[in-house]
Design a protein around this ligand. Structure first.
Ligand code: G3H
Ligand code: 13P
Ligand code: ZN
Length: 307
């Protein structure tokens, strides 16, 4: 059942588990996410970036989610705009039927980010829609980074407290050292959990972890064996995801893991049968591989059996 984002995340916050927010760009990804949620009995966020919306068409993205969610009436699902870059973009999503939006003005100075977020919150709340904002910059932290460099990049807990109080945002993504994509850490994985704990202590609202793909070994190996090249990739270890959930993360954004698992299967079929051109022969195993990765995450984050 399609619900507002806050409904899913406030429950997760109260009960102390993380909900996967999975990106989709087509029917196959969306279907794989729902199949996994059904298998694990887990609530889900399905999210589309502005690029994904441009690719699918906003009406088709919304229609697909509304239709599939009817097939799984017992699964709470929020349709979320990932990294909305402007008030207008968030408004379009709300008007089209999204039940949650992110306004990502984190690259602007604090006051501007706050101002833009207040505008979006006002517009979205008039329709019951939940809002996510971000503080700090999403980038990995090197071992030798100085304290002042770290402070310049990552979330400032005091600012987070002020930001949440003044904006009335429903959930917040604090930068604590993750980044998007397959290459998150140069050396050993490192996240600032102390900072996360502080933000949670001061805000108490659901928190969001961006750049949370783990790139499990079997997924990397499958991609490499198919002829792909992401040898030096490094994701957020499962143990870190669990520590993050303990520290107050309730929405866990995942795209890269899904893309890698999916494409590895497509390439395997392409390599193994050079005469094959039936799309279904490529996409059926790709959806299955993606669902497996998603179910595993639901179990790790604690959202399995929470519907
Ligand atoms: O955070 C970014 C998501 O992985 C979506 O990426 O803008 O390539 O669709 P995209
Ligand atoms: P990953 O690239 O780690 O999957 O992160 C996705 C994300 O944060 C989407 O907003
Ligand atoms: Zn993100």
């Amino acid at each position: 059942m399609l619900v507002y984002g806050q409904e899913i995340l406030n429950k997760a916050n109260k009960e102390g588990y993380g909900v996967g927010a999975f990106n989709f760009v087509n029917f196959e990804m969306l279907n794989a996410i729902f199949v996994a949620a059904n298998k694990a009995d887990s609530p889900i966020f399905v999210q589309a970036s502005e690029g994904a919306i441009k690719y699918m068409g906003i009406d088709i993205a919304v229609d697909m989610v509304q239709t599939i969610s009817k097939r799984y009436p017992h699964i709470p699902v929020a349709l979320h705009l990932d990294h909305g870059t402007s008030f207008e973009s968030c408004k379009k999503a709300v008007e089209a039927g999204f039940t949650s939006v992110m306004i990502d003005a984190s690259h602007h100075p604090f006051e501007e980010n706050l101002e833009e977020t207040i505008k979006v919150v006002k517009m979205a709340h008039e329709r019951g829609v939940g809002v996510e904002a971000e503080l700090g910059r999403l980038m990995g932290i090197e071992d030798n980074i100085s304290v002042s460099e770290k402070d310049a990049v990552l979330v400032n807990p005091k600012e987070a407290e002020q930001f949440v109080r003044e904006s009335k945002v429903d959930y917040l993504a604090p930068a604590i050292g993750t980044s998007h994509g397959a290459f998150k850490f140069k050396g050993e994985p490192k996240l600032d959990f102390e900072r996360l704990n502080k933000v949670k202590e001061l805000t108490r609202i659901p928190l969001v972890l961006h750049g949370a793909s783990a790139i499990p070994d079997y997924v990397r190996e499958s991609f490499t064996q198919s002829g792909g090249d992401i040898g030096s990739s490094k994701g957020v270890p499962f143990s870190f995801l669990q520590e993050a959930v303990k520290g107050g993360i309730n929405k866990v954004n995942t795209d890269t893991d899904l893309r890698i698992a999916f494409i590895a299967e497509v390439r395997k079929i392409a390599n193994n049968d050079k005469t094959q051109f039936d799309l279904r022969k490529f996409f059926a195993p790709a959806m299955e591989a993606m669902s497996k990765v998603i179910v595993e995450r639901m179990e790790i984050l604690g959202s399995a059996n929470k519907v």
